[in-house]
Design a protein. Structure first.
Length: 324
């Protein structure tokens, strides 16, 4: 980057409100020094957002920053981990201070909310892209993985599904809505998803497997099925749809198909053994997040969509960045 790289780092990234006691040395040295609590495992995840692929280059930097950090925190949530630290590799065509100021506004608002400290990173020149690595703690052996599920376990999702895809369609001009308020609400859902951090932690001793929905329920549930060697049935009429999605797509089957394939939802999909079903509600009561049972795991492979006990032959495609 330009000669004022260090000024930029000092001005925008070194000053932050979060100051954790498990960070003896943060930004400014060759490495950060970090302390993992005794009895915890460190959960680490990296995600990249590239302009033109994951967001439009002229998108509001506040929202881009939120989305970048939220998608990373969502991965920690899906492991049942408590977020602690983040590092940021930022590539920009040129030092764009107004853009940086807004980016930091969105980034630190969410980081402060979850008490996540920015502990380092890299700043380079090139096409706009953002790579974050988040670190969190999970008590030894209690992480929610993708391979712990068994046949007979029930499949749950948090929140509502489909809003993110609807918001993206509005954003890309693929859907004309007369109701501008509705359009803005859906776009806001697409960008400003709240990672289900508390929910993930609450599910540690309840769920047998979990992941976050980044590529669409059907596609992501497929990962649990593969890792656990199982099949699934989903009862489509149980899928949780928001009133806004129903207003966006009045045709019920189309709305359900959006819910099944909508990526970047950052809701959790998790599985629960029969004996833990009663514990789900109790575990989530304090989080303010709803969970809906949408199906069940079976022996075999693949996903069957059911309505009133009968299979549906809907052809669905999970969201795939390389499909276009
Ligand atoms: P080095 O040359 O040793 O890689 P850098 O000049 O890249 O060091 O970075 C100096 C310090 O600033 C390091 O502590 C690094 O972690 C931090 N840093 C650089 N860019 C960022 C960024 N975008 N966000 C947070 N910290 C950063
Ligand atoms: Mg560097």
């Amino acid at each position: 980057m330009a000669s004022n790289e260090f000024d930029l780092i000092a001005q925008y990234f070194e000053r932050q409100a979060v100051n954790r006691s498990d960070v003896p040395l943060a930004i400014g040295d060759d490495c950060a020094l970090l302390e993992v609590p005794v009895g915890s495992q460190l959960a680490v995840s990296t995600d990249s957002l590239v302009a033109g692929t994951h967001f439009l280059a002229d998108a509001d930097p506040v929202r881009v920053a939120h989305k970048a950090l939220a998608s990373n925190l969502s991965d920690l949530a899906a492991m049942g981990a408590t977020p602690a630290w983040v590092s940021l590799a930022l590539t920009m065509p040129e030092p764009d201070e107004p853009w940086l100021a807004k980016f930091c506004e969105g980034f630190f608002a969410l980081a402060e909310y979850y008490n996540v400290q920015l502990v380092g990173g890299d700043t380079t020149k090139g096409p706009l892209s953002i790579t974050l690595t988040v670190h969190g703690f999970v008590p030894q052996g209690q992480a929610l993985t993708r391979y712990g599920a068994s046949s007979g376990d029930w499949i749950y999702v948090t929140g509502n599904l489909g809003d993110s895809a609807a918001g993206l369609a509005v954003l890309l001009g693929q859907a004309e809505l007369e109701d501008k308020q509705l359009a803005e609400t859906l776009v806001e859902r697409h960008f400003m998803a709240q990672p289900r951090v508390l929910t993930g932690q609450a599910l540690r001793k309840v769920a047998s497997a979990a992941l976050d929905i980044s590529d669409g329920l059907v596609s992501d549930l497929g990962h649990i099925l593969k890792r656990s060697g199982l099949a699934a049935v989903i009862e489509v009429d149980k899928l949780p749809l928001s009133p806004e999605l129903k207003a966006f797509e009045p045709l019920q089957d189309k709305a359900l198909q959006l819910a099944l394939t909508s990526g970047e939802e950052y809701e959790l999909c998790f599985t629960v053994p029969e004996q833990n079903r009663g514990a789900v509600e109790t575990a989530l009561a304090h989080t303010g997040v709803s969970a809906t049972c949408v199906g069940q795991l079976r022996p075999g492979s693949g996903i069957t969509l059911l309505r009133d006990g009968n299979p549906l032959d809907w052809q669905l495609q999970g969201y795939d960045h390389f499909a276009e």
